[in-house]
Design a protein around this ligand. Structure first.
Ligand code: TRP
Length: 326
């Protein structure tokens, strides 16, 4: 393990894991386990930036962890943990904030978006969100960070903060690099916006078949096609876009659609049944998990991550000029 490059990524527990999470991140995280020394965590501190009551996050932490394990994260190969169970990360975020110019965080696009979206809840935690994210990464000396494009501004900022820290004190941290997940934009059931829990346009992964059927049936299809007898436009139809992920012979279905030999409702039915079949093994694993098992996995993973974090903090305190904490 020691000669493998260490990578790290996290996800906020904001709701049930959905197809966008799976195709955009989860699937990739699972594959990376073959090649890297992987640290994956549930970012519950980060969730508090928009949802300050931790009690409401509790069940979401369980769901997200169980879903990640169900789709293939393996606690025997990856360290799977809960961010807040490694409180050293909060101290490191504080220390990183001392070398982070305010202007750098003020220009973060995600922060500007949040200010626009939730003008009534612009807290300091939201502003320092990427600094905490940087602490997540460097506390385990993560070198690679599998993320989607939307996270690139954070990664750029984090690299600058890390460089500044290393320059101001002594080089303690490697500069983390983004490992870009090659995934096209996954649109939600509305066919317009990126699939997201907060938009409410999601299709599940580990949920019951009945739920998946309903969600797929609710998908907006080819808006230019009113009747089944009209030819469809698979290039712009979101349902057809999903076929690319679930069928090796997706072109066959695209052809049928172009020739008006298959209707939108039928396409959705076939897609839903295929997804239900593909995700069957995930549902089976998920059904075997219990709160006890998941809690044990998170506790054990968090203890491992914490051990690494404690070591890093000894170095960090020394570098900054603080006394040992114990
Ligand atoms: N900001 C990430 C997101 O919204 C979640 C996250 C928190 C993260 N800490 C991280 C991702 C560290 C990668 C590394 O998706």
């Amino acid at each position: 393990m020691a000669d493998r490059m260490r990578i790290l990524s996290g996800m906020r527990p904001t709701g049930r894991f959905h197809l966008g999470n799976y195709l955009g991140a989860g699937q990739n995280w699972v594959k990376l386990q073959d090649e890297y020394d992987c640290y994956y965590f549930v970012a519950d501190y980060h969730a508090l930036t928009t949802e300050p009551d931790g009690h409401t996050v509790e069940s979401k932490i369980y769901d997200l962890t169980a879903d990640l394990i169900a789709v293939g994260l393996d606690p025997n190969r990856s360290v799977i943990y809960q961010q807040s169970k490694v409180p050293e990360v909060a101290e490191l975020a504080l220390l990183l904030s001392m070398v982070t110019p305010l202007s750098w965080v003020l220009r973060t696009p995600t922060f500007k978006e949040m200010v626009k979206k939730h003008p009534d809840n612009v807290n300091l935690g939201l502003l320092s969100y990427p600094v905490l994210q940087g602490a997540d990464i460097v506390i385990v000396k993560g070198e690679g960070v599998p993320v989607g494009k939307d996270q690139l501004p954070h990664l750029e900022l984090i690299r600058e903060v890390v460089r500044k820290f290393n320059r101001t004190y002594t080089p303690v941290f490697p500069e983390p690099k983004a490992l870009l997940t090659e995934s096209p934009l996954i649109r939600g059931t509305d066919g317009k916006q990126r699939m997201s829990k907060s938009v409410g346009n999601i299709v599940g992964v580990t949920q019951d078949p009945a739920v998946l059927r309903k969600q797929v049936q609710s998908m907006v299809t080819d808006v230019k096609r009113t009747y089944m007898t009209q030819p469809g436009h698979p290039r712009t139809c979101n349902v057809c876009a999903f076929y690319k992920f679930f069928f090796d012979d997706w072109q066959h279905y695209w052809d049928l659609c172009r020739k008006a030999q298959i209707g939108c409702g039928e396409k959705k039915k076939i897609l839903a049944e295929r997804m239900i079949e593909v995700f069957k093994p995930f549902r089976e694993v998920r059904a075997e998990l219990t709160p006890e098992i998941v809690t044990r996995i998170l506790d054990e993973g968090s203890e491992k991550a914490r051990e690494v974090a404690r070591h890093t903090m000894v170095e960090v305190r020394q570098a900054v000029g603080l006394p040992p904490s114990r």
